[in-house]
Ligand binder design. Structure first.
Ligand code: G3I
Length: 502
C-alpha cells in the first residue's frame, strides 16, 4: 500500500508543446507530501493548434470553473459542510480525494489527532499524521476540526498504567497545551471533551465513569476547556456528545445541565457538537421525538452556544438488502434529521462521519446481518451521490441564512501555492488552454479525470523545465459534466475543476 513517502517517478516522455503564457489565478488542490501515482502507458499526441473553427454551434456555454459540492451550497447560507477523513485514504485514493475536496469546506481527522495516534508515550508526541492532515487541508483550501483532546476511548496502551490522581491533570493540560499550541490558528474548532455523559454509570450529574472522571472528578472538563482556550484563543471550543435526538431525557437533561454549569462558571465553551449517529431503525421513534429534539437544540442555543452536527451517518442494518430501498431509507432519515437541525439557526455546520460508504467505520462496529456493506453516507463507494447527498443539498438550499460567516473562507488563508494550474476555455473552439507554472524542473503527469476520478485522457507525462507551460485540451469528444484537470509530480498534486456544459 503506497505511503506518504513512497512515490513512483514519472517516466520521461517526449516534450510537450509549451509556450510562455500568463498564469492566471490558481485553484489549488495540492499535496505537500509526495504523492503516489501509477505509471500509465502514454502515447504522446501532438498538441498543435487546430485550425480555427468558426462554427459557433459547437461552442459550449462554459459554466464557471467553480465549486458544485455540498459545501458550496452550505456556504451560500453561511454554514459549512465537511466530513471525517484519514491520511491513508487521502494518499491512496485519488477519486476519493477528488470528491472530498469537491464536496467539503472542512475536514476532521477520524484518527490522527486522537491520543492513541498522537501519544506514543507519556513524554513523546507523534505529530506526523496530524501535520499531514493540516497541510493537506491548507493546500486545498479546507478548514480543519480538531478531534479530540479528551475522551475515554482511543487512549494509548501506556495510559492506564501511567496516569494517576497526582499526574492526570498535568498529563491532560500538557497534552492540550502542546497540541493546541502546535496547531494554533489552524483549527476551526476543537472537540475538547468527547462523550463525558453516561447516566447508566450512575455517577454524580450523570457523568461517565471515565478514566478522567475517576482521576480528577468532573473538574477535568473545565480544566480541558481552559487549557485549550489558553493555547488557541481563536479556536471554537466544542463539547461533543451523542444520543440527544430521542426520549432519553436522563441523557439530554444531564448534557444540558453540564453545559449550564460550564457556562455559569464562564468556562470558554462555544458550541455543542451533536454527533448525529442516527439509525434507519429509529425512523418512527425519531418522528415521535422531533419536537423534543427541537426543544433541546433551542435550549442549547439559549445558552449562547452554537451547534455543529459533528458525525452524521445513518446505520442501515434495519433495512432490507435492496440497495435502492436502503438508499431511499437512509436518504429519508437524512431528510428527517435535517428538517429539525437545519431549522435551528444555532446549527452552523454539518459534518458527516465519512463522505463515502467505501470508508464507513460502521461495517466494523455494526455489520449487517446479510454481510452487505452498509450505505450510511452521502456518496456510494464509487463516489456517486445518493439520496442522502440530495437530502443535504435540499436542506442547505432551503434553510435560512445564518447571521454570520461561521467559517473563514479558507481560500483567503490559502498559502501561496508553489504550483499554479489554470484551465481557460477558448471562446470559439471546444478547447481549453491548460496553463501551469513549475517552480523547478519536474517529471510531471497532466491528466483529465472524470467526477469519479477515473482517467479520461493523459495530456502529458514528461519531464518539464521550470517556468510557465501551456497545453491545449480538445474536449469535443467528452460528454458534458464535471472533470478535474490534475497536474502532479512526485512532490505535488494540483487540480482544477472543469464543468463542461454543451
Ligand atoms: O489501525 C489499527 C490496525 O493497525 C489494527 O490492526 C486494528 C486492530 O486492532 O486497529 C486499527 O485501529 C482501529 C482504528 O479505528 C482504525 O481502524 C482501532 O482499533 C479502532 O478502535 C478505531 O475505531 C475508531 C474509533 O472512533 C476509536 O478511535 C473508529 O474507526 C471511528 O469511526 C470512531 O469514531 C468515533 C469518534 O471518534 C467519536 N464519536 C463516535 C465515533 C464512532 O465510534
Amino acid at each position: 500500500m503506497p505511503t506518504r513517502r513512497d512515490f513512483i517517478k514519472v517516466a520521461a516522455g517526449t516534450a510537450v508543446g509549451t509556450s510562455m503564457c500568463a498564469v492566471l489565478a490558481e485553484d489549488v488542490f495540492a499535496m505537500t507530501e509526495q504523492d503516489t501515482f501509477e505509471q500509465d502507458s502514454f502515447e504522446q499526441d501532438s498538441f498543435e493548434q487546430d485550425s480555427f473553427e468558426q462554427d459557433s454551434s459547437k461552442i459550449p456555454s462554459h459554466a464557471a470553473f467553480g465549486l458544485d459540492g455540498l459545501h458550496g451550497e452550505a456556504a451560500k447560507k453561511k454554514m459549512f459542510f465537511g466530513s471525517a477523513t484519514s491520511e491513508n485514504r487521502i494518499i491512496t485514493d485519488i477519486p476519493y480525494r477528488t470528491a472530498l475536496v469537491r464536496e467539503s469546506g472542512i475536514i476532521v481527522p477520524e484518527y490522527e489527532m486522537k491520543w492513541d495516534i498522537m501519544r506514543p508515550s507519556a513524554t513523546t508526541y507523534n505529530f506526523a499524521d496530524a501535520d499531514f492532515m493540516i497541510n493537506f487541508a491548507r493546500q486545498n483550501g479546507l478548514a480543519v476540526r480538531g478531534h479530540t483532546l479528551c475522551w475515554h476511548r482511543a487512549l494509548p496502551s501506556w495510559f492506564a498504567s501511567t496516569a494517576n490522581s497526582r499526574n492526570a491533570a498535568q498529563l491532560l493540560t500538557e497534552h492540550i497545551a502542546t497540541v493546541c499550541g502546535r496547531y494554533k490558528g489552524r483549527i476551526h474548532s476543537w472537540d475538547v471533551v468527547n462523550e463525558a455523559i453516561e447516566p447508566t454509570d450512575r455517577q454524580t450529574n450523570g457523568l461517565r465513569n471515565s478514566p478522567w472522571f475517576r482521576l480528577l472528578g468532573e473538574s477535568y472538563i473545565e480544566t480541558a476547556f481552559r487549557a485549550a482556550h489558553q493555547a488557541d484563543p481563536a479556536s471554537l471550543l466544542v463539547y461533543n456528545e451523542y444520543g440527544v435526538e430521542f426520549d432519553d431525557m436522563q441523557r439530554s437533561d444531564a448534557i444540558l445541565n453540564l453545559l449550564r454549569r460550564l457556562k455559569a462558571r464562564n468556562v470558554p465553551l462555544h458550541a455543542l457538537g451533536v454527533q448525529g449517529h442516527i439509525r434507519a431503525a429509529d425512523k418512527a421513534k425519531f418522528a415521535a421525538n422531533m419536537q423534543r429534539f427541537r426543544t433541546f437544540l433551542r435550549d442549547v442555543a439559549a445558552l449562547g452556544l452554537s451547534i455543529i452536527i459533528t458525525e452524521l451517518d445513518c446505520d442501515d442494518t434495519a433495512l432490507a438488502s435492496n440497495i435502492t430501498a436502503r438508499d431511499e431509507g437512509v436518504g429519508g432519515m437524512y431528510g428527517d434529521y435535517c428538517s429539525v437541525v437545519m431549522n435551528e439557526p444555532a446549527v452552523i455546520g454539518i459534518i458527516t462521519w465519512g463522505l463515502t460508504d467505501k470508508y464507513t467505520s460502521l461495517n466494523s462496529t455494526n455489520p449487517r446481518a446479510d454481510r452487505l456493506p452498509q450505505r450510511p453516507l452521502p456518496l456510494d463507494a464509487n463516489m456517486v451521490r445518493k439520496n442522502a447527498w440530495y437530502a443535504l443539498e435540499y436542506w442547505f438550499k432551503n434553510t435560512t441564512q445564518r447571521p454570520r460567516q461561521t467559517i473563514t473562507s479558507v481560500a483567503e488563508e490559502r498559502i501561496a501555492p508553489t504550483h499554479r494550474l489554470r484551465c481557460v476555455p477558448h471562446t470559439h473552439r471546444s478547447e481549453c488552454a491548460i496553463q501551469f507554472t513549475l517552480e523547478r524542473s519536474e517529471d510531471v503527469l497532466l491528466r483529465l479525470v472524470d467526477v469519479r476520478g477515473q482517467d479520461v485522457q493523459i495530456l502529458a507525462q514528461t519531464r518539464l523545465e521550470a517556468g510557465e507551460h501551456h497545453v491545449v485540451l480538445n474536449y469535443a469528444p467528452f460528454p458534458a459534466g464535471v472533470y478535474f484537470c490534475i497536474l502532479q509530480s512526485p512532490s505535488f498534486l494540483v487540480s482544477e475543476k472543469i464543468l463542461l456544459q454543451k
